[in-house]
Ligand binder design. Structure first.
Ligand code: FES
Length: 115
């Protein structure tokens, strides 16, 4: 049994560093994480698309669908669940915990690297 635990909250940026409708990639514990802002809410998912090696944070934030669109082939990923909402991607991406405080936006990785 592994005793390795996820790291604690890591500060990514100040709240206003990201404009509403913007996404940006941060490296947390060696893992690429896409942080997206929708209005006053923030969401964090794995930055690498599950279909191929492209950065989701370089895609558009779909405010209506609460999703991030892969810039390569257009799959939408639900920012709340990580689910691939449209083809060609079918595998979800991991979601991560986000906490906002006066000190900024913090993320907690929910799982270690998947094999
Ligand atoms: S690389 Fe993301 S949908 Fe193809």
């Amino acid at each position: 049994m592994s005793t390795e635990s996820a790291p604690g909250p890591v500060r990514l940026c100040a709240r206003d560093d990201l404009a509403p409708g913007e996404a940006r990639c941060f490296v947390v514990e060696g893992r690429r994480v896409a942080l997206a802002r929708l209005g006053e809410e923030f969401f964090a998912v794995d930055d690498t698309c599950s279909h191929a090696d492209f950065s989701l944070s370089e895609g558009d934030v779909d405010v209506d669908e609460c999703a991030l669109e892969c810039p390569a082939h257009g799959s939408l990923f639900d920012l709340r669940t990580g689910e691939a909402l449209t083809l060609p991607a079918v595998v979800p991406v991991a979601t991560h915990g986000v906490v906002i405080s006066d000190e900024g936006v913090f993320v907690t990785l929910r799982e270690r690297w998947r094999a």
